[in-house]
Design a protein around this ligand. Structure first.
Ligand code: SUD
Ligand code: ADP
Length: 307
């Protein structure tokens, strides 16, 4: 790789599901203490990046409804850049700029974590392209300041999460097929977490010292109970879906995932969905597809450097 005429490299930013979501308390700063299992989906936004001279961060494909300065892609790139400049890392500071393009397919504000996933992809990809060599732990710490969901996308393994979602233990839930359906409503995470009616005192899960033995179907999503009370559209779609497969809301909603043994069965039920419902079929995966993309780039960089 030469330092002039840089090429674009492509990286996935996958969706996540909260296979269950329990709220066990609230911290004094207002943040909620959660217990959840995160699993990734093989369904991703695609982010293309090339490093540039100077330090400008350019998002060449704006996202409708998200201001440039508010976009988690731009925020993540700036955060890493400032961190590297401040800490005087041994990076080539002449090349700390980037041009970025995104192809967005994940519904926004649906509980699939797309914004956080975009931010994590930017942090990991720029760390590699800029040859900054920050550790995963350092990147996850930086990412947490952008959103509670960013660390899971940085680590890239399915996990039981505690704290605000940043204390992670690897788990290996079954990699089922999912039909993900989005009711026609938009729900902000903050509006659910500030609602007085949210259940905040679910008992801690008891694994009998073995997380692998947890029966996910016996767990629930505390946000779902509130959301179906407030949004009849979600209640109606959920009631329809549970007739066909075990179904539950992810995160603070509004997307609902329905679990199937085969892709064919998931697609068959998708074809029956009421009209006007956005949906997709994807496989649950315990390793984020981003990990192999980063590994490939590191290999390529090593080859180009003549190792
Ligand atoms: C609920 C979860 C579950 O995975 O997912 P989503 O439904 O958003 O995808 C996450 O914890 C969301 O993480 P994320 O979307 O990164 O949230 P943040 O930007 O950090 O916070 C948005 C707002 O939600 C509230 N918040 C968030 C996380 C948390 N554990 N407790 C909270 O009270 C805070 O009021 C904050 O102002
Ligand atoms: N790159 C981005 N992709 C998606 N949403 C973004 C992005 N940057 C900022 N946002 C904001 O974050 C909000 C939450 O988005 P998202 O992560 O997709 O949903 P959720 O937190 O429900 O999983 C969006 O409604 C949008 O205003």
């Amino acid at each position: 790789m030469t330092e002039t005429n840089q090429q674009f490299y492509s990286f996935p930013a996958p969706a996540k599901l909260n296979l269950f979501l329990h709220i066990i308390g609230q911290r004094s700063d207002g943040y909620h203490q959660l217990e959840t299992i995160f699993q990734f989906l093989d369904h991703s936004d695609t982010i293309e990046i090339r490093k540039t001279q100077g330090n400008s961060i350019e998002l060449l494909t704006p996202i409708d409804g998200v201001l440039h300065e508010d976009n988690l892609i731009v925020k993540a790139a700036r955060l890493l850049q400032n961190h590297l400049l401040k800490k005087n890392h041994s990076v080539n500071s002449l090349f700390l700029g980037a041009q970025i393009k995104i192809t967005k397919i994940l519904p926004m504000g649906g509980g699939l974590g797309g914004g956080s996933s975009n931010a994590a992809t930017i942090l990991l990809a720029l760390n590699t392209l800029w040859q900054a060599n920050l550790s995963t732990t350092e990147l996850a710490k930086l990412g947490l300041s952008l959103g509670a969901d960013v660390p899971i996308f940085i680590y890239g393994f399915a996990a039981f999460a505690e704290g605000v979602g940043e204390e992670l233990t690897a788990v290996y839930p079954e990699e089922s097929w999912f039909l993900v359906s989005k009711p026609n409503v938009s729900i902000s995470t903050a509006s659910i977490f500030t609602d007085a009616d949210l259940t905040r005192n679910t008992a801690k899960v008891n694994f009998n010292d073995d997380i692998g033995k947890l029966d996910i179907d016996l767990c629930h999503n505390d946000c779902q109970t509130l959301v179906i009370k407030k949004y009849p559209e979600v209640a109606k779609l959920l009631a329809w879906l549970v007739e066909y497969a075990p179904s539950r809301m992810t995160g603070t909603g509004a997307c609902i995932f329905s679990r199937f043994d085969t892709e064919q069965e998931a697609c068959r039920i998708q074809s029956l969905l009421p009209s006007g419902i956005i949906s997709f079929v994807a496989k649950g995966v315990n390793t984020s597809p981003l990990r192999s993309a980063i590994k490939n780039l590191i290999t390529l960089q090593a080859e180009n450097a003549g190792y």
